[in-house]
Design a protein around this ligand. Structure first.
Ligand SMILES: Nc1c(NC[C@H](O)[C@H](O)[C@H](O)CO)[nH]c(=O)[nH]c1=O
Ligand SMILES: CC(=O)[C@@H](O)COP(=O)(O)O
Length: 163
């Protein structure tokens, strides 16, 4: 179902795992900072609301969305006890093909880092046609994708302990 039809931040809230056992990192892109700041605030609140201790959350900033996968790799390399990394960014379509290269690179990069480390690396990246679509998904009428990324991190962290 498309986001247009639903506020996805409401999904599965009844089954969010208790986050108290987990250590989570958040990497956030500085590009489109108003949007990524809102994603970050949503993710942070969702983690702490669900029991993740503040001292168990590591936050770092990177210049742009393109840098998120290498940042996630560095975090997982350095902090072996992390249970998940949440990557937050916002790429807005411009006039050229730049958008496609960044989106492809970050989606593939995050997948590769996740598989390399066998750890959840969450794709909390907005890839929108315009600024309004981004606003709508960063605490606007379609919810906050930062919340969803945090819930996904908790679900995947729990899955890793049960598999
Ligand atoms: N245009 C957007 C960018 N561009 C910057 C790249 O992410 C990257 O930092 C640069 O190419 C250097 O490697 N980043 C975004 O997050 N959002 C954009 O819309
Ligand atoms: C990611 C983009 O498409 C954008 O920020 C770059 O803009 P442009 O393609 O107009 O150079």
């Amino acid at each position: 179902m498309a986001t247009q039809l639903k506020n996805l931040s409401d999904f599965s809230h009844t089954t969010i795992p208790n986050g108290s056992p987990y250590k989570i990192a958040i990497a956030v892109a500085e590009w489109n900072a108003e949007i990524t700041g809102a994603l970050y605030n949503g993710a942070l609140k969702t983690l702490t609301d669900n029991g993740v201790a503040e001292e168990n959350i590591t936050s770092i900033a990177v210049p742009g969305t393109f840098e998120l996968s290498s940042a996630a790799d560095m975090l997982l390399q350095k902090h072996k006890n992390l249970d998940a990394v949440i990557c937050l960014g916002c790429v807005i379509q411009g006039e050229t093909r730049h958008f496609d290269f960044i989106c492809d690179a970050v989606a593939n990069g995050i997948t590769q880092v996740s598989v390399k480390h066998s750890k959840p690396v969450i794709f909390g990246v907005l890839t929108t046609n315009d600024q309004q679509q981004a606003i709508d998904r960063a605490g606007g009428k379609h919810g906050n994708k930062g919340d969803e990324a945090a819930i996904t991190a908790l679900k995947m962290a729990e899955l890793a302990t049960t598999i």
